[in-house]
Design a protein around this ligand. Structure first.
Ligand code: GUN
Ligand code: FE
Length: 417
């Protein structure tokens, strides 16, 4: 199949690659064979789908999102992290022992990912095995790609919102499907006993599973970790000690306050930072020094962190990434340059996509995960293509997405019932 449109992607972060009225050749396995300004003679007999004056961009990847917090999105953002969890978040997650409730919310959540053009995500479920398995099934039926975690928690949590070491093994021995797979998910150190952290580290190794959790999000959280684990030098050492860092691909959300040794460990173990600026603003957690992470060669991706984040759109996360980067530089004594628009786009596409394989760029051998964007209403005045993509990131939204492709297949709207 060949698609024709204005192709825009970021093979490298420093600039957009723009091919006006370009062609992209996708094979029967959903893999990109090449992009062209002029169609080679060998391809002229292939069927062409012409998207006209629309933009064709890589799909978005949300590397940190809590599916069971969907109902709280845009709500209850008047407390900092630790009381926010106890007051609003744990009570909502407790409801997922009820599979009917879980199905209603998880259908809406899956629909939201589709709607926002987020074709793959790394997702926290709850402690409940049936609800988390249902979430995986709904994602798979929708054709989306995902890693999904059964959240490990057994300390300082409400009754009913805990699980056992046996529950963890039962969930993690299931391999998942081609594109929807399990990911080891300790909630964060304050929610897990040492035995649970140890077992999760063992399961990551035994089943060769990636790991996701939270790191150095909020100052009181960090103080609590040092109180619970007085022997560790940094919060990150607490995961490292139990085999939860770098043994397999590892995602750590936030890292607002990671400095010094913790940064060196992130780099050494190739741990991927998931920057969640909407959440960090809402919960007043802090501002992650993203430019510094990038300069040190630490991998960075983006996440909505719904419902710490108030919005499931990766466009809004890109916008906040740019805005918080500028604010950070105004307060910082180090005069480092703020992030550029192409860099934010790269983080949301090629960088995030790399967690799922070769995804998030229109390069040969990459899976065709893509969005067709109709920004005509933004173009009453004439704009160039570099201006159009910048405006789409700042003022566009899901209504402008006309087609969504994951692994070469166009995804239909998922059912809400
Ligand atoms: N730390 C532990 N649990 C959570 C959560 O649900 N959201 C956020 N933002 N941070 C956490
Ligand atoms: Fe989170």
């Amino acid at each position: 199949m060949i698609y024709k449109a204005h192709l825009i992607d970021t093979p490298t972060p420093d600039q957009f690659r723009i091919i006006p009225n370009g062609y992209i050749h996708v094979n029967d396995h959903g893999i990109i064979e090449g992009v062209y300004q002029t169609l080679p003679a060998s391809l002229t007999s292939e069927p062409i789908t012409d998207f006209g004056d629309q933009l064709l961009i890589p799909a978005f990847y949300d590397l940190h999102v809590h599916a069971p917090q969907y109902r709280n999105m845009g709500l209850a953002l008047d407390l900092p992290l630790l009381p926010w969890l106890q007051t609003y978040t744990f009570p909502e997650e407790s409801k997922f022992s009820d599979l009917h409730y879980a199905e209603r919310i998880y259908r809406r959540f899956v629909h939201e990912l589709w709607m926002q053009g987020t074709m793959r995500a790394s997702i926290f479920g709850t402690v409940h095995i049936p609800a988390t398995q249902l979430l995986m099934k709904l994602l798979d039926e929708a054709g989306l790609g995902a890693y999904v975690g059964l959240v490990g928690m057994n300390r300082d949590c409400p009754e009913g919102l805990t699980n056992t070491l046996e529950d963890l093994e039962e969930f993690y021995k299931q391999p998942g499907t081609e594109r929807v797979k399990p990911i080891i998910t300790p909630r964060f150190i304050p929610s897990c006993t040492r035995e649970m952290l140890q077992r999760l580290g063992e399961l990551a190794k035994k089943y060769n599973l990636p790991v996701q959790s939270h790191l150095s999000e909020n100052r009181n959280e960090i103080r609590l970790v040092h109180k619970l684990m007085p022997e560790v030098l940094t919060y990150g050492d607490g995961y490292l000690k139990y085999g939860l860092w770098g043994q397999t691909p590892t995602l750590m959300a936030h890292c607002c306050h990671s400095r010094g040794r913790e940064l060196r460990l992130l780099k050494k173990y190739d741990v991927i930072v998931v920057h969640c600026p909407t959440s960090n603003c809402n919960l007043g957690s802090g501002a992650a020094p993203i430019r510094r992470f990038l300069k040190k060669g630490i991998r960075v991706t983006l996440g909505t962190d719904v419902s710490g984040g108030h919005n499931a759109s990766m466009l809004r996360v890109m916008q906040y990434t740019l805005q918080t980067s500028k604010l950070y530089q105004t307060f910082s004594l180090l005069k480092e340059p703020a992030l550029k628009v192409s860099e934010a786009f790269y983080l949301a596409t090629k960088s995030g996509g790399s967690f799922f394989g070769k995804c998030g760029s229109f390069e040969q051998g990459y899976e065709f995960d893509a969005l067709v964007v109709n920004d005509a209403y933004l173009n009453a005045e004439k704009y160039t293509l570099p201006q159009r993509i910048e405006r789409y990131i700042f003022i566009g939204d899901d209504r402008d997405i006309k087609h969504r492709f994951c692994a070469g297949k166009e995804l239909a709207e998922p059912s809400l019932t």
